[in-house]
Design a protein around this ligand. Structure first.
Ligand code: NHR
Ligand code: GAR
Length: 221
């Protein structure tokens, strides 16, 4: 059966688009069963509509607390079926209820070289620190915010004249290449989370995950 992916978004959905494009191109052997947003205005919902994919809006403000919001999302996601649940610019912290329900099949992409710069405003923080490299990380999601086991990272060089905006743009290009690639590993049943850590092709990955070379890495602007 084709690998089923549910994608959670809060914004523009450029990572969602990269996933949809990879499915369309045949490089990601999966089916996106649902695009779920906590914001009705999220641009990614239009992308899902164009691709003919079921959409749902579950607004966190309609729920008494985080657990109730998460329970509503679980119910909707499971109606559509998901072998992997993908966070793609999803901006709500998830409770243990949600994280445990999808243990080992919940993945996030984060715009920094984790464990550096967990949380928000990662590009400004990398610049502020004077880092010479920056990038993005894909990880299994656990209760520990941005602290789950790392699957893969891609690095870019930071230039003298970079701003948070220019960095964000280059990091996003890396994300758009890296995320579909990692998801193709899942779709091909090559990637799993074990008690010992992350396993790719039956081998345990190092703590920072697979370091990947991407076409987008060579770009400076
Ligand atoms: N939930 C858990 N339990 N663990 C993780 O690793 C998670 C998570 C939920 C989202 C994505 C993450 C990121 O890649 C993510 C990882 C939102 C916030 C946040 O502070 C932090 C990290 C991430 C996403 N959210 C605020 C909140 O109160 C709201 C911010 C807003 O709406 O703009 O939920 O960076
Ligand atoms: C991406 O850069 C992603 O790494 C980041 O938000 C952007 C979403 O863009 N995620 C987070 O910061 C999670 N807190 P998109 O909606 O165009 O995919």
């Amino acid at each position: 059966m084709t690998h089923r992916i549910a994608v959670l978004i809060s914004g523009a959905g450029s990572n969602l688009q990269a996933i949809l494009d990879a499915v369309e191109a045949g490089t990601l052997a999966a089916r996106v069963t649902l695009v779920l947003s906590n914001k009705a205005a999220a641009g990614g919902l239009q992308r899902a509509a164009r691709a003919g994919i079921p959409r749902a809006v579950i607004d966190h403000r309609d729920y008494a607390d985080r657990a109730a919001f998460d329970a509503a999302m679980i119910a909707r996601i499971d109606e559509h079926g998901a072998d992997t649940v993908v966070l793609a610019g999803f901006m709500r912290i998830l409770t243990p209820l949600f994280v445990n329900h999808y243990a080992g099949r919940l993945i996030n992409i984060h715009p920094s070289l984790l464990p550096k710069y967990q949380g928000l405003n990662t590009h400004a923080r990398a610049l502020e620190a004077g880092d010479h490299e920056h990038g993005c990380s894909v990880h299994f999601v656990t209760e520990e915010l941005d602290g789950g086991p790392l699957i893969a990272q891609a690095r870019i060089a930071v230039a003298e004249n970079d701003t948070a905006a220019s960095l964000s743009k280059r990091v996003q290009r890396c994300e758009h290449e890296l995320y579909p690639r990692v998801l193709s590993w899942r779709a091909e049943q090559r990637l799993r989370l074990t008690d010992q850590g992350v396993e790719l092709d039956g081998e345990r990955l190092p703590p920072q995950g697979r370091q990947t070379a991407l076409a987008a890495m060579a770009e400076r602007h």
